[in-house]
Design a protein around this ligand. Sequence first.
Ligand code: PLP
Length: 397
Amino acid sequence: MSEKRFVYADHAATTPVSQEVLEAMMPCFTEVWGNPSSQHSKGAEAKNLLEKARASVARSLACSPKEIFFTSCGSESDNWAIRGALKKANGRKHIITTKIEHHAVLHACASLEREGYRVTYLDVDGEGFVHPETLRAAIDDDTALVAVMMANNEIGTIQPIRELAEIAHEKGALMFTDAVQAVGSIPVYPEELGVDLLSLSGHKLHAPKGIGALYIRRGVSIGNLIDGGGQERRRRGGTENVAYAVGLARALEIAVERLPDMERVARLRDRLIDGLLEIPASRLNGSRMNRLPGNCNVGFECIEGESTLMLLDMAGICASTGSACSSDSLEPSHVLLSIGVPHEKAHGSIRFSLSHDNTEDDVNYILQTISPIVERLRAMSPIWDSQKNRAVDSANM
Ligand code: PLP
Protein backbone atom coordinates (compact mmCIF):
# COMPACT_ATOMS: atom_id res chain seq x y z
CA MET A 1 0.00 0.00 0.00
CA SER A 2 1.39 3.42 -0.90
CA GLU A 3 1.89 6.29 1.53
CA LYS A 4 -1.27 8.03 2.78
CA ARG A 5 -2.26 11.08 0.73
CA PHE A 6 -5.15 13.51 0.76
CA VAL A 7 -7.37 13.20 -2.32
CA TYR A 8 -10.47 15.33 -2.67
CA ALA A 9 -12.75 13.59 -5.15
CA ASP A 10 -16.08 15.15 -4.20
CA HIS A 11 -16.17 18.23 -6.45
CA ALA A 12 -19.84 17.63 -7.32
CA ALA A 13 -20.64 18.33 -3.64
CA THR A 14 -18.56 21.48 -3.49
CA THR A 15 -15.21 22.95 -4.52
CA PRO A 16 -12.67 25.07 -2.62
CA VAL A 17 -12.60 28.80 -3.42
CA SER A 18 -9.64 29.36 -5.72
CA GLN A 19 -6.90 31.87 -4.90
CA GLU A 20 -7.74 33.96 -7.99
CA VAL A 21 -11.41 34.11 -6.98
CA LEU A 22 -10.48 35.10 -3.43
CA GLU A 23 -8.20 37.86 -4.74
CA ALA A 24 -10.95 39.20 -7.00
CA MET A 25 -13.38 39.29 -4.06
CA MET A 26 -11.08 40.82 -1.41
CA PRO A 27 -11.47 44.50 -2.40
CA CYS A 28 -15.25 44.12 -1.96
CA PHE A 29 -14.73 43.45 1.76
CA THR A 30 -12.07 46.07 2.38
CA GLU A 31 -12.70 48.95 -0.07
CA VAL A 32 -15.74 48.59 -2.30
CA TRP A 33 -18.21 47.67 0.44
CA GLY A 34 -21.04 50.07 -0.36
CA ASN A 35 -24.66 49.19 -0.94
CA PRO A 36 -25.19 49.11 -4.71
CA SER A 37 -28.58 50.81 -4.23
CA SER A 38 -27.14 53.81 -2.34
CA GLN A 39 -27.29 57.15 -4.10
CA HIS A 40 -23.73 58.21 -3.19
CA SER A 41 -20.31 57.47 -4.59
CA LYS A 42 -19.68 54.53 -2.24
CA GLY A 43 -22.86 52.92 -3.55
CA ALA A 44 -22.00 53.75 -7.17
CA GLU A 45 -18.61 52.04 -6.78
CA ALA A 46 -20.32 48.84 -5.60
CA LYS A 47 -22.98 49.08 -8.31
CA ASN A 48 -20.23 49.40 -10.89
CA LEU A 49 -18.52 46.20 -9.67
CA LEU A 50 -21.83 44.36 -9.54
CA GLU A 51 -22.69 45.30 -13.11
CA LYS A 52 -19.20 44.34 -14.28
CA ALA A 53 -19.70 40.95 -12.64
CA ARG A 54 -23.06 40.57 -14.38
CA ALA A 55 -21.53 41.47 -17.73
CA SER A 56 -18.76 38.96 -17.18
CA VAL A 57 -21.18 36.13 -16.27
CA ALA A 58 -23.18 37.02 -19.39
CA ARG A 59 -20.01 36.88 -21.55
CA SER A 60 -19.15 33.45 -20.14
CA LEU A 61 -22.63 32.18 -21.04
CA ALA A 62 -22.77 34.10 -24.35
CA CYS A 63 -25.94 35.96 -23.38
CA SER A 64 -26.95 39.50 -22.44
CA PRO A 65 -26.27 40.99 -18.95
CA LYS A 66 -29.99 41.83 -18.86
CA GLU A 67 -30.66 38.09 -18.77
CA ILE A 68 -28.56 37.40 -15.65
CA PHE A 69 -29.99 37.66 -12.12
CA PHE A 70 -27.89 36.93 -9.05
CA THR A 71 -29.37 34.71 -6.35
CA SER A 72 -28.14 33.13 -3.10
CA CYS A 73 -27.61 29.59 -4.46
CA GLY A 74 -28.60 26.98 -7.01
CA SER A 75 -31.58 25.92 -4.91
CA GLU A 76 -32.98 29.45 -4.90
CA SER A 77 -32.51 29.72 -8.66
CA ASP A 78 -34.33 26.40 -9.15
CA ASN A 79 -37.22 27.42 -6.90
CA TRP A 80 -37.47 30.83 -8.54
CA ALA A 81 -37.50 29.37 -12.06
CA ILE A 82 -40.27 26.90 -11.22
CA ARG A 83 -42.51 29.01 -8.98
CA GLY A 84 -41.88 32.15 -11.03
CA ALA A 85 -42.83 30.42 -14.29
CA LEU A 86 -46.12 29.20 -12.80
CA LYS A 87 -47.05 32.63 -11.53
CA LYS A 88 -47.16 33.86 -15.12
CA ALA A 89 -48.48 30.73 -16.79
CA ASN A 90 -51.81 32.15 -18.02
CA GLY A 91 -53.83 29.55 -16.13
CA ARG A 92 -51.74 26.56 -17.21
CA LYS A 93 -51.37 24.17 -14.27
CA HIS A 94 -49.11 21.36 -15.43
CA ILE A 95 -45.36 20.93 -14.81
CA ILE A 96 -43.20 18.25 -16.34
CA THR A 97 -39.95 17.25 -14.71
CA THR A 98 -37.96 14.02 -14.31
CA LYS A 99 -37.55 11.44 -11.58
CA ILE A 100 -33.83 12.17 -11.29
CA GLU A 101 -33.80 15.92 -10.61
CA HIS A 102 -32.05 17.45 -7.63
CA HIS A 103 -34.24 17.81 -4.54
CA ALA A 104 -34.34 21.58 -5.06
CA VAL A 105 -36.48 20.85 -8.12
CA LEU A 106 -38.30 17.73 -6.89
CA HIS A 107 -39.33 19.25 -3.57
CA ALA A 108 -40.41 22.50 -5.21
CA CYS A 109 -42.59 20.44 -7.57
CA ALA A 110 -43.98 18.33 -4.71
CA SER A 111 -44.93 21.46 -2.82
CA LEU A 112 -46.69 22.85 -5.92
CA GLU A 113 -48.57 19.57 -6.23
CA ARG A 114 -49.90 20.14 -2.72
CA GLU A 115 -51.04 23.57 -3.89
CA GLY A 116 -53.11 22.01 -6.68
CA TYR A 117 -50.72 21.89 -9.64
CA ARG A 118 -50.34 18.73 -11.70
CA VAL A 119 -46.81 17.35 -11.95
CA THR A 120 -45.56 14.61 -14.28
CA TYR A 121 -42.26 13.00 -13.30
CA LEU A 122 -40.74 11.54 -16.47
CA ASP A 123 -39.04 8.16 -16.42
CA VAL A 124 -35.44 7.92 -17.56
CA ASP A 125 -33.69 4.96 -19.18
CA GLY A 126 -31.09 2.70 -17.57
CA GLU A 127 -28.34 5.29 -18.13
CA GLY A 128 -30.43 8.20 -16.88
CA PHE A 129 -31.46 9.70 -20.23
CA VAL A 130 -34.80 11.38 -20.79
CA HIS A 131 -36.07 10.36 -24.20
CA PRO A 132 -37.66 13.16 -26.22
CA GLU A 133 -40.59 10.89 -27.10
CA THR A 134 -41.31 10.42 -23.37
CA LEU A 135 -41.67 14.19 -23.07
CA ARG A 136 -43.75 14.34 -26.24
CA ALA A 137 -46.17 11.79 -24.78
CA ALA A 138 -46.55 13.69 -21.50
CA ILE A 139 -46.85 17.30 -22.67
CA ASP A 140 -50.22 18.93 -23.36
CA ASP A 141 -51.80 22.35 -23.79
CA ASP A 142 -51.98 22.75 -20.01
CA THR A 143 -48.20 22.34 -19.57
CA ALA A 144 -46.65 25.55 -18.28
CA LEU A 145 -43.10 24.40 -17.69
CA VAL A 146 -40.71 21.61 -18.57
CA ALA A 147 -37.87 21.29 -16.03
CA VAL A 148 -35.08 18.89 -16.98
CA MET A 149 -31.61 19.13 -15.51
CA MET A 150 -28.71 19.54 -17.91
CA ALA A 151 -26.43 17.06 -16.13
CA ASN A 152 -27.19 14.80 -13.21
CA ASN A 153 -25.32 15.41 -9.96
CA GLU A 154 -25.04 11.72 -9.04
CA ILE A 155 -24.44 9.85 -12.28
CA GLY A 156 -23.33 12.72 -14.55
CA THR A 157 -25.72 11.91 -17.43
CA ILE A 158 -25.98 14.84 -19.85
CA GLN A 159 -29.49 15.36 -21.26
CA PRO A 160 -30.51 16.29 -24.83
CA ILE A 161 -31.76 19.70 -23.64
CA ARG A 162 -31.97 21.29 -27.09
CA GLU A 163 -34.37 18.65 -28.38
CA LEU A 164 -36.44 18.76 -25.20
CA ALA A 165 -36.67 22.57 -25.40
CA GLU A 166 -38.02 22.34 -28.96
CA ILE A 167 -40.79 20.01 -27.81
CA ALA A 168 -41.65 22.29 -24.86
CA HIS A 169 -41.86 25.30 -27.17
CA GLU A 170 -44.02 23.52 -29.75
CA LYS A 171 -46.65 23.28 -26.99
CA GLY A 172 -46.13 26.84 -25.75
CA ALA A 173 -44.46 25.74 -22.47
CA LEU A 174 -41.33 27.29 -20.99
CA MET A 175 -38.14 25.24 -20.79
CA PHE A 176 -36.01 25.36 -17.64
CA THR A 177 -32.75 23.53 -17.11
CA ASP A 178 -30.91 23.14 -13.82
CA ALA A 179 -27.33 23.50 -15.05
CA VAL A 180 -25.73 23.60 -11.60
CA GLN A 181 -23.48 20.61 -12.32
CA ALA A 182 -22.90 21.42 -15.97
CA VAL A 183 -21.70 25.03 -15.79
CA GLY A 184 -17.93 25.05 -15.54
CA SER A 185 -17.62 21.39 -16.56
CA ILE A 186 -18.95 21.44 -20.11
CA PRO A 187 -19.82 24.31 -22.50
CA VAL A 188 -23.16 25.82 -21.47
CA TYR A 189 -24.77 28.47 -23.68
CA PRO A 190 -28.45 29.02 -22.88
CA GLU A 191 -29.23 30.51 -26.28
CA GLU A 192 -27.73 27.56 -28.11
CA LEU A 193 -29.64 25.20 -25.84
CA GLY A 194 -32.85 27.08 -26.59
CA VAL A 195 -33.87 27.28 -22.93
CA ASP A 196 -35.89 30.05 -21.29
CA LEU A 197 -34.49 29.60 -17.79
CA LEU A 198 -31.19 28.17 -16.56
CA SER A 199 -29.80 27.92 -13.03
CA LEU A 200 -26.21 27.79 -11.81
CA SER A 201 -24.35 27.83 -8.51
CA GLY A 202 -20.99 29.31 -7.56
CA HIS A 203 -19.69 26.71 -5.14
CA LYS A 204 -19.54 24.01 -7.79
CA LEU A 205 -16.94 25.99 -9.71
CA HIS A 206 -14.53 27.39 -7.12
CA ALA A 207 -16.60 30.43 -6.09
CA PRO A 208 -17.98 30.57 -2.52
CA LYS A 209 -21.11 28.87 -1.25
CA GLY A 210 -24.03 31.28 -1.10
CA ILE A 211 -24.08 32.70 -4.62
CA GLY A 212 -25.98 31.53 -7.67
CA ALA A 213 -27.60 32.96 -10.75
CA LEU A 214 -30.68 32.51 -12.85
CA TYR A 215 -30.65 33.14 -16.59
CA ILE A 216 -34.04 34.44 -17.75
CA ARG A 217 -34.24 34.71 -21.52
CA ARG A 218 -35.09 38.19 -22.77
CA GLY A 219 -38.84 38.52 -23.26
CA VAL A 220 -39.70 35.73 -20.81
CA SER A 221 -41.84 36.90 -17.94
CA ILE A 222 -41.77 35.07 -14.62
CA GLY A 223 -43.03 36.12 -11.19
CA ASN A 224 -40.78 36.97 -8.26
CA LEU A 225 -39.75 34.52 -5.59
CA ILE A 226 -38.40 37.12 -3.15
CA ASP A 227 -40.27 40.42 -3.01
CA GLY A 228 -38.45 43.36 -1.55
CA GLY A 229 -36.61 46.43 -2.77
CA GLY A 230 -35.81 47.29 -6.34
CA GLN A 231 -32.72 45.11 -6.56
CA GLU A 232 -31.98 42.96 -9.61
CA ARG A 233 -34.24 45.17 -11.72
CA ARG A 234 -37.12 44.59 -9.28
CA ARG A 235 -37.02 40.84 -9.92
CA ARG A 236 -35.27 39.67 -6.73
CA GLY A 237 -35.39 41.59 -3.49
CA GLY A 238 -32.38 41.64 -1.13
CA THR A 239 -29.23 43.76 -1.01
CA GLU A 240 -26.90 42.23 -3.57
CA ASN A 241 -23.90 40.22 -2.38
CA VAL A 242 -21.41 42.14 -4.51
CA ALA A 243 -18.32 40.29 -3.28
CA TYR A 244 -19.79 36.89 -4.08
CA ALA A 245 -21.18 38.05 -7.42
CA VAL A 246 -17.65 39.21 -8.29
CA GLY A 247 -16.34 35.82 -7.11
CA LEU A 248 -18.86 33.94 -9.23
CA ALA A 249 -17.99 36.00 -12.30
CA ARG A 250 -14.23 35.40 -11.88
CA ALA A 251 -14.73 31.69 -11.17
CA LEU A 252 -16.86 31.30 -14.28
CA GLU A 253 -14.34 33.18 -16.42
CA ILE A 254 -11.59 30.83 -15.25
CA ALA A 255 -13.80 27.75 -15.69
CA VAL A 256 -14.59 28.71 -19.28
CA GLU A 257 -10.89 29.38 -20.03
CA ARG A 258 -10.04 25.97 -18.61
CA LEU A 259 -12.75 24.00 -20.41
CA PRO A 260 -10.15 22.46 -22.80
CA ASP A 261 -8.44 20.90 -19.74
CA MET A 262 -11.66 18.99 -19.08
CA GLU A 263 -10.48 16.51 -21.71
CA ARG A 264 -7.65 15.60 -19.36
CA VAL A 265 -10.13 15.32 -16.48
CA ALA A 266 -12.30 13.03 -18.64
CA ARG A 267 -9.27 10.81 -19.32
CA LEU A 268 -8.64 10.59 -15.56
CA ARG A 269 -12.30 9.72 -15.04
CA ASP A 270 -12.11 6.98 -17.66
CA ARG A 271 -9.00 5.48 -16.04
CA LEU A 272 -10.78 5.57 -12.70
CA ILE A 273 -13.89 3.93 -14.14
CA ASP A 274 -11.85 1.22 -15.90
CA GLY A 275 -9.85 0.53 -12.74
CA LEU A 276 -12.94 0.33 -10.53
CA LEU A 277 -14.73 -1.96 -12.95
CA GLU A 278 -11.85 -4.44 -12.60
CA ILE A 279 -13.11 -5.08 -9.07
CA PRO A 280 -15.41 -8.13 -9.26
CA ALA A 281 -19.19 -7.56 -9.10
CA SER A 282 -18.99 -3.84 -9.80
CA ARG A 283 -21.07 -1.80 -12.24
CA LEU A 284 -20.98 1.67 -13.71
CA ASN A 285 -24.00 3.79 -12.89
CA GLY A 286 -24.92 6.14 -15.74
CA SER A 287 -23.68 6.46 -19.28
CA ARG A 288 -20.18 5.53 -20.41
CA MET A 289 -20.13 8.15 -23.17
CA ASN A 290 -22.40 11.05 -22.42
CA ARG A 291 -21.47 11.94 -18.84
CA LEU A 292 -19.82 14.85 -17.08
CA PRO A 293 -16.03 14.77 -17.49
CA GLY A 294 -15.40 14.49 -13.74
CA ASN A 295 -18.17 12.07 -12.75
CA CYS A 296 -17.56 8.44 -11.86
CA ASN A 297 -20.28 6.49 -10.05
CA VAL A 298 -19.69 2.81 -9.48
CA GLY A 299 -21.71 0.26 -7.50
CA PHE A 300 -20.12 -2.66 -5.64
CA GLU A 301 -22.27 -5.63 -4.68
CA CYS A 302 -22.51 -6.77 -1.07
CA ILE A 303 -21.06 -3.69 0.60
CA GLU A 304 -22.55 -0.60 2.21
CA GLY A 305 -21.53 2.67 0.57
CA GLU A 306 -21.36 4.37 3.99
CA SER A 307 -18.77 1.87 5.32
CA THR A 308 -16.71 2.24 2.16
CA LEU A 309 -16.81 6.01 2.46
CA MET A 310 -15.68 5.88 6.07
CA LEU A 311 -12.70 3.68 5.25
CA LEU A 312 -11.84 5.82 2.22
CA ASP A 313 -11.98 8.89 4.44
CA MET A 314 -9.62 7.24 6.93
CA ALA A 315 -7.24 6.70 4.02
CA GLY A 316 -7.50 10.41 3.12
CA ILE A 317 -9.97 10.12 0.22
CA CYS A 318 -13.14 12.25 0.15
CA ALA A 319 -15.91 10.81 -2.01
CA SER A 320 -19.67 10.47 -1.66
CA THR A 321 -22.49 7.96 -1.82
CA GLY A 322 -24.81 10.28 -3.70
CA SER A 323 -25.60 13.95 -3.62
CA ALA A 324 -24.18 15.78 -0.61
CA CYS A 325 -27.66 17.03 0.25
CA SER A 326 -29.19 13.57 0.55
CA SER A 327 -26.25 11.43 1.63
CA ASP A 328 -27.02 12.02 5.29
CA SER A 329 -30.18 9.99 4.78
CA LEU A 330 -30.13 6.20 4.70
CA GLU A 331 -32.68 6.09 1.91
CA PRO A 332 -31.10 4.79 -1.28
CA SER A 333 -30.60 7.39 -3.96
CA HIS A 334 -33.75 8.23 -5.95
CA VAL A 335 -31.53 8.63 -9.01
CA LEU A 336 -30.08 5.11 -8.78
CA LEU A 337 -33.52 3.61 -8.13
CA SER A 338 -34.88 5.49 -11.15
CA ILE A 339 -32.25 4.02 -13.48
CA GLY A 340 -33.22 0.55 -12.29
CA VAL A 341 -30.49 -0.19 -9.74
CA PRO A 342 -32.07 -2.53 -7.15
CA HIS A 343 -32.48 -1.18 -3.62
CA GLU A 344 -29.62 -3.24 -2.05
CA LYS A 345 -27.19 -2.45 -4.85
CA ALA A 346 -28.01 1.26 -4.74
CA HIS A 347 -26.62 1.25 -1.19
CA GLY A 348 -23.21 0.05 -2.39
CA SER A 349 -22.56 2.85 -4.88
CA ILE A 350 -19.80 5.43 -4.59
CA ARG A 351 -19.48 8.69 -6.50
CA PHE A 352 -16.05 10.14 -7.17
CA SER A 353 -16.16 13.57 -8.78
CA LEU A 354 -12.90 14.90 -10.20
CA SER A 355 -11.82 18.37 -11.27
CA HIS A 356 -8.79 20.22 -12.65
CA ASP A 357 -7.15 19.84 -9.25
CA ASN A 358 -6.95 16.04 -9.56
CA THR A 359 -3.97 14.19 -10.99
CA GLU A 360 -2.98 10.79 -12.30
CA ASP A 361 -1.45 10.06 -8.89
CA ASP A 362 -4.80 10.78 -7.22
CA VAL A 363 -6.49 8.21 -9.44
CA ASN A 364 -3.74 5.66 -8.78
CA TYR A 365 -4.11 6.23 -5.05
CA ILE A 366 -7.91 5.80 -5.17
CA LEU A 367 -7.55 2.57 -7.13
CA GLN A 368 -4.85 1.16 -4.84
CA THR A 369 -6.85 2.08 -1.75
CA ILE A 370 -10.34 0.99 -2.68
CA SER A 371 -9.67 -2.62 -3.74
CA PRO A 372 -8.53 -3.80 -0.29
CA ILE A 373 -11.37 -1.82 1.31
CA VAL A 374 -13.97 -3.55 -0.85
CA GLU A 375 -12.33 -6.93 -0.16
CA ARG A 376 -12.26 -6.27 3.57
CA LEU A 377 -15.92 -5.25 3.70
CA ARG A 378 -17.00 -8.19 1.56
CA ALA A 379 -15.11 -10.59 3.81
CA MET A 380 -17.49 -9.48 6.60
CA SER A 381 -20.59 -9.92 4.44
CA PRO A 382 -22.61 -13.13 4.91
CA ILE A 383 -23.85 -12.84 1.33
CA TRP A 384 -20.45 -12.61 -0.40
CA ASP A 385 -18.91 -15.81 -1.76
CA SER A 386 -15.16 -15.11 -1.75
CA GLN A 387 -14.40 -18.38 -3.58
CA LYS A 388 -16.55 -17.46 -6.54
CA ASN A 389 -15.99 -13.71 -6.22
CA ARG A 390 -19.68 -12.93 -6.38
CA ALA A 391 -22.76 -12.65 -4.22
CA VAL A 392 -23.86 -15.96 -2.71
CA ASP A 393 -27.07 -15.98 -4.68
CA SER A 394 -26.92 -13.28 -7.33
CA ALA A 395 -30.45 -14.07 -8.46
CA ASN A 396 -31.82 -12.85 -5.14
CA MET A 397 -29.50 -9.89 -4.78
N1 PLP B 1 -29.01 21.38 -8.60
C1 PLP B 1 -28.05 20.45 -8.70
C2 PLP B 1 -28.02 19.56 -9.90
C3 PLP B 1 -27.09 20.31 -7.70
O1 PLP B 1 -26.15 19.38 -7.80
C4 PLP B 1 -27.16 21.17 -6.57
C5 PLP B 1 -26.21 21.02 -5.47
O2 PLP B 1 -25.66 19.96 -5.23
C6 PLP B 1 -28.18 22.13 -6.54
C7 PLP B 1 -29.09 22.21 -7.55
C8 PLP B 1 -28.29 23.07 -5.38
O3 PLP B 1 -27.30 24.05 -5.44
P1 PLP B 1 -26.93 24.88 -4.11
O4 PLP B 1 -26.14 23.96 -3.26
O5 PLP B 1 -26.13 26.04 -4.61
O6 PLP B 1 -28.21 25.29 -3.50
